[in-house]
Ligand binder design. Sequence first.
Ligand code: FAD
Length: 588
Amino acid sequence: MIRIAELKLPLAAVPYHPENHTEFPPTEKLTQLASERLGIPAQAIASLHVHKRSFDARKSALLAVYIVDVTLADEALHAQLLAKFADDSHVNPTPDMAWKPAGQAPADLAERPVVVGFGPCGIFAALVLAQMGFKPIVLERGKQVRERTKDTWGLWRKRELTPESNVQFGEGGAGTFSDGKLYSQIKDPRHLGRKVMTEFVEHGAPPEILYAAHPHIGTFKLVKVVEGIREEIIRLGGEIRFEQRVTDVVIDAAPHGEDVQRQLTALQVLNQATGESYTLPARHAVMALGHSSRDTFAMFYERGVAMEAKPFSVGFRIEHPQSVIDRARWGKDAGHPLLGAADYKLVHHAKNGRAVYSFCMCPGGTVVAATSEPERVVTNGMSQYSRAERNANAGMVCAITPEDYPQDAESFAWAFGGKTYGVEKLPKGEHHPLSGIVLQRQLESRAYALGGRNYSAPGQLVGDFVAGNPSTEFGAVQPSYKPGISLGDLHQALPAYAIEAMREALPAFGKKIRGYDMADAVLTGVETRTSSPVKIGRGADFQSDNTRGLYPAGEGASYAGGILSAGVDGIKVGEAVACDILGLPVPS
Ligand code: FAD
């Protein structure tokens, strides 16, 4: 097949059934365009398949832009055309995007690899291991997704947090209650993202996610997909144990080649349903923990697993009427059902050297309470597949680095309940690996206090925030955050440099998206879990820098940021585990 990019059609040429929200590929028109592009008659094209479709709103008439794969009737012509267009970056051979198992477990293999965490990374690590004939054991601290949904709503509706079952913890991981955006900017030469998307579709996601340039799936559909993949792993011989928290790792000295190295030999697991603890032998464990497993990070630190503090970002959620964003993005075509609710991406480099940017934008969605720890407030965003809620929301966050994190023993003792984690022993100039968590906890506790100590979040209107006045009542924008917002002054909620940079950024963003700095837009605090505050290093074999058998993976270890990239990392790490057991090279 030949892949042709940049075939453009006016929006009106895209067939669409508004009644059932179904889009159809304009195959005839695209075949005509493809034949003109290749300089061959349309009849020479035996079939055409749409690979990607995006929209270009930069011209006065909005365009649908396609990447298509064509099969030619005559094989000889195929080679001729590829030679003719060898220097044309928009015409290429269609790559083989199918995932191929790296190996196959022998039927009598006694070892069962373990996967800790059943978010997107753990799900895909377990799935590919199961597909290669391994029978992974998955340990997930949270509950099955349906029970977890009830617990999560408990915080939003009744101000009751369940620390082991919430937005961050439980089947499906952190992105289960989300907008379900499924795109990423990672380099993906092996097309592993396609494997993630294909599995999602096979388990109930809408097929359009395979061709839409900015696909999303929304919360309810994602829940069904996660359940479907769980069933598939079990059907293939895997086992998934919920409410099982890994509380410790057993690491022994073991010979490796000519060296003696630290080798993982077992996991200590707490069955949270019964309160009993047990030891699970494990020489290969994927640690797909997510960014909120602070107790597990601290345990790793105690056990000497190599890790370091890393940069992340802190800020607020900002809410506007979705119509403001649609008008700015789509102009006169705003409201066209094919376009849906518009998204945006913004960045501003402030005079004080800080970058402020939009994060995890949720068109037509709601702001959600996303803490996993009692007496702390954290915001994030989610939406349904329809993206039909009245407001657009996004994180508006300021990048910070370990230089900004507390390093004093007092802060550590407070953050870790009386334990200082050796902070006083650090050589000068080095940052404590857990110091980002200390800052997150400080900000989340402050937000809880500013919100009134009942899980309401502190909030302020954009006009008041820029002018430096506390807010007292909402204007045209009714915020969506549940259980509620306590209006006031957000200047105390973040470090001064972040507030300064955000006050500068808002009017600058208003120049890029008309209305972005509208006085009545609502800021809700605080957004602190933008990415992991730690990096747990690993080598080319995907094993921890200093502990064999321990595979740091996904967002928590800083190898992913988002559902798709976490799924891709899960595939890579699952393959690496299989290859180590089988004595094969890791696929590259
Ligand atoms: P996680 O999904 O965090 O999964 C980690 C799992 O490990 C959890 O289920 C946890 O319970 C379990 N665990 C942790 N410690 C232990 C332990 N000691 N023992 C046993 N189990 C343990 N990304 C997008 O791409 N698009 C979006 O639209 C989007 N929206 C989001 C909305 C919200 C509200 C949130 C919170 C996140 C959103 N994200 C989104 C981010 C996305 O969810 C994460 O990037 C992704 O889930 C990371 O996957 P992961 O598997 O690495 O970790």
